[in-house]
Unconditional design. Structure first.
Length: 143
Protein backbone atom coordinates (compact mmCIF):
# COMPACT_ATOMS: atom_id res chain seq x y z
CA UNK A 1 0.00 0.00 0.00
CA UNK A 2 2.96 2.31 0.49
CA UNK A 3 3.53 2.93 -3.22
CA UNK A 4 -0.20 3.22 -3.96
CA UNK A 5 -0.78 5.72 -1.17
CA UNK A 6 2.14 7.94 -2.12
CA UNK A 7 1.32 8.01 -5.82
CA UNK A 8 -2.42 8.48 -5.22
CA UNK A 9 -1.67 11.54 -3.06
CA UNK A 10 0.36 13.00 -5.91
CA UNK A 11 -2.56 12.46 -8.30
CA UNK A 12 -4.89 14.33 -5.93
CA UNK A 13 -2.47 17.22 -5.55
CA UNK A 14 -2.20 17.57 -9.34
CA UNK A 15 -6.00 17.39 -9.68
CA UNK A 16 -6.41 20.27 -7.21
CA UNK A 17 -4.04 22.54 -9.14
CA UNK A 18 -5.82 21.69 -12.41
CA UNK A 19 -9.22 22.50 -10.88
CA UNK A 20 -7.90 25.88 -9.71
CA UNK A 21 -6.60 26.63 -13.22
CA UNK A 22 -10.00 25.76 -14.70
CA UNK A 23 -11.78 27.92 -12.15
CA UNK A 24 -9.57 30.92 -12.93
CA UNK A 25 -9.95 30.44 -16.70
CA UNK A 26 -13.70 30.18 -16.28
CA UNK A 27 -13.69 33.64 -14.74
CA UNK A 28 -11.46 34.94 -17.54
CA UNK A 29 -8.45 35.45 -15.25
CA UNK A 30 -5.76 33.94 -17.46
CA UNK A 31 -2.91 35.27 -15.32
CA UNK A 32 -4.25 33.32 -12.35
CA UNK A 33 -5.09 30.37 -14.61
CA UNK A 34 -1.49 30.27 -15.83
CA UNK A 35 -0.16 30.33 -12.26
CA UNK A 36 -2.20 27.25 -11.31
CA UNK A 37 -1.63 25.59 -14.68
CA UNK A 38 2.12 26.01 -14.25
CA UNK A 39 1.95 24.32 -10.83
CA UNK A 40 -0.18 21.54 -12.33
CA UNK A 41 2.18 21.08 -15.28
CA UNK A 42 5.36 21.03 -13.18
CA UNK A 43 3.85 18.62 -10.64
CA UNK A 44 2.43 16.36 -13.35
CA UNK A 45 5.69 16.20 -15.29
CA UNK A 46 7.61 15.55 -12.08
CA UNK A 47 5.17 12.76 -11.22
CA UNK A 48 5.70 11.24 -14.68
CA UNK A 49 9.48 11.46 -14.21
CA UNK A 50 9.23 9.60 -10.89
CA UNK A 51 7.28 6.85 -12.60
CA UNK A 52 9.41 6.67 -15.75
CA UNK A 53 12.81 6.95 -14.02
CA UNK A 54 12.21 5.10 -10.75
CA UNK A 55 8.95 3.16 -10.39
CA UNK A 56 8.50 1.68 -13.87
CA UNK A 57 12.10 0.45 -14.24
CA UNK A 58 11.93 -1.18 -10.79
CA UNK A 59 8.62 -2.83 -11.69
CA UNK A 60 9.97 -4.03 -15.04
CA UNK A 61 13.12 -5.40 -13.43
CA UNK A 62 11.13 -7.20 -10.75
CA UNK A 63 8.58 -8.69 -13.14
CA UNK A 64 10.87 -9.15 -16.13
CA UNK A 65 8.30 -7.45 -18.35
CA UNK A 66 8.73 -4.22 -20.29
CA UNK A 67 5.47 -4.76 -22.16
CA UNK A 68 2.05 -4.29 -20.66
CA UNK A 69 1.02 -1.69 -18.11
CA UNK A 70 4.22 0.39 -18.01
CA UNK A 71 4.34 0.61 -21.80
CA UNK A 72 0.71 1.82 -21.88
CA UNK A 73 1.37 4.38 -19.12
CA UNK A 74 4.40 5.78 -20.97
CA UNK A 75 2.31 6.16 -24.12
CA UNK A 76 -0.40 7.99 -22.19
CA UNK A 77 2.23 10.25 -20.58
CA UNK A 78 3.22 11.31 -24.11
CA UNK A 79 -0.40 12.11 -24.91
CA UNK A 80 -0.72 14.18 -21.72
CA UNK A 81 2.49 16.09 -22.51
CA UNK A 82 1.06 17.04 -25.91
CA UNK A 83 -2.20 18.24 -24.33
CA UNK A 84 -0.27 20.27 -21.75
CA UNK A 85 1.43 22.15 -24.59
CA UNK A 86 -1.94 22.81 -26.23
CA UNK A 87 -3.38 24.02 -22.94
CA UNK A 88 -0.45 26.39 -22.41
CA UNK A 89 -0.98 27.79 -25.91
CA UNK A 90 -4.67 28.37 -25.16
CA UNK A 91 -3.81 30.18 -21.93
CA UNK A 92 -1.17 32.29 -23.66
CA UNK A 93 -3.76 33.24 -26.31
CA UNK A 94 -6.40 33.85 -23.61
CA UNK A 95 -8.67 31.58 -25.66
CA UNK A 96 -11.30 30.35 -23.22
CA UNK A 97 -13.07 28.10 -25.74
CA UNK A 98 -9.84 26.38 -26.78
CA UNK A 99 -8.74 26.11 -23.15
CA UNK A 100 -11.88 24.25 -22.12
CA UNK A 101 -11.90 22.07 -25.22
CA UNK A 102 -8.36 20.88 -24.47
CA UNK A 103 -9.01 20.79 -20.70
CA UNK A 104 -11.98 18.46 -21.19
CA UNK A 105 -9.89 16.08 -23.30
CA UNK A 106 -7.03 16.22 -20.80
CA UNK A 107 -9.32 15.61 -17.84
CA UNK A 108 -10.90 12.54 -19.44
CA UNK A 109 -7.49 11.13 -20.34
CA UNK A 110 -6.07 11.79 -16.87
CA UNK A 111 -9.08 10.32 -15.09
CA UNK A 112 -8.79 7.10 -17.09
CA UNK A 113 -5.00 7.06 -16.79
CA UNK A 114 -5.02 7.62 -13.03
CA UNK A 115 -7.72 5.00 -12.52
CA UNK A 116 -5.63 2.39 -14.38
CA UNK A 117 -2.56 3.28 -12.35
CA UNK A 118 -4.35 3.36 -9.00
CA UNK A 119 -6.48 0.26 -9.48
CA UNK A 120 -4.05 -1.90 -11.42
CA UNK A 121 -0.42 -0.82 -11.73
CA UNK A 122 0.17 0.61 -8.25
CA UNK A 123 -1.60 -2.36 -6.67
CA UNK A 124 0.68 -4.67 -8.67
CA UNK A 125 3.70 -2.65 -7.55
CA UNK A 126 2.61 -2.94 -3.92
CA UNK A 127 2.35 -6.72 -4.29
CA UNK A 128 5.47 -7.56 -6.26
CA UNK A 129 7.76 -4.92 -4.74
CA UNK A 130 6.62 -4.91 -1.13
CA UNK A 131 10.16 -5.49 0.16
CA UNK A 132 11.53 -2.46 -1.66
CA UNK A 133 8.48 -0.19 -1.44
CA UNK A 134 9.84 2.07 1.32
CA UNK A 135 13.11 2.60 -0.57
CA UNK A 136 11.29 3.32 -3.83
CA UNK A 137 8.97 5.85 -2.20
CA UNK A 138 11.97 7.53 -0.56
CA UNK A 139 13.74 7.78 -3.95
CA UNK A 140 10.61 9.26 -5.50
CA UNK A 141 10.30 11.81 -2.67
CA UNK A 142 13.89 12.87 -3.30
CA UNK A 143 13.28 13.34 -7.07
Amino acid sequence: MEISNYMREEHRSCDEAFAKAEQAASGGDFEEAFKHFETFMIDTLNHFAKEEEILFPAFEETTGSTEGPTQVMRYEHTQVRNLLEQLKEAIDAKDKDRFFSVADTLMILLQQHNMKEEQMLYAMCDRVMAAQAADLVEKMKER
